[in-house]
Write a protein that binds this ligand. Sequence first.
Ligand SMILES: N[C@@H](CCC(=O)N[C@@H](CS)C(=O)NCC(=O)O)C(=O)O
Length: 214
Amino acid sequence: MTPLTLVIGNKNYSSWSLRPWLALKQAGLDFQEVRILLDTPDTHQQIRQYSPSGRLPVLLHDHLTVWESLAICEYIAENFAPDLWPEDVGATAIARSVSHEMHAGFINLRMQMPMDCRARYPGEGIKPEVRTDIERIKAIWRHCRKTFGQGGTFLFGQFSIADAMFAPVVSRFITYDVKLDPDEQDYSDAIWAMPAMEEWMASADQESEYLHRH
Ligand SMILES: N[C@@H](CCC(=O)N[C@@H](CS)C(=O)NCC(=O)O)C(=O)O
């Protein structure tokens, strides 16, 4: 198979990079990782070498360059790992709906509670508009777990792209100490306990760059 390369940002901060990285790991695919440091004087120039949008992550495969985290996850599923979506067509439709909702939305949460895996800022960032985002995310988790989650510990039972899309939110909820009800906590724990998440967090711990985002 032609090698896959995923170009990502700093693991501590790049929530968009985590999503396809997790999908590749869960699919058991070998891939090379190229890491570009965010917020340096030549970040933009370096990203532009790979990414037509000037954003990370980017997947390089064969002659193709695929950008946008969700499009990369879709490419991985279509070409190598169809079980990254649920088997059932209806469940897949909802998994896609919540994945797109995450990809396109929750701007307040993303602005006020940026991913910072190593840090702990309990209670910071919880403004009313962020609370609205949090409540919607928790409702999605509860609905998916209750309706589709019987076959495992993830939103649709087995791991899917929907879980990859929400994994950075789990990290944010830990950093900012967002209180969860028991069902929500069980889901958060399931994501946090994934060996691939542990691997990402361990690498984030090793990174020495510090971006001042607060
Ligand atoms: N919608 C994009 C968002 C990508 C994005 O914003 N990436 C950030 C890193 S997490 C980035 O490339 N920032 C580069 C910069 O701001 O110079 C996706 O889903 O991939």
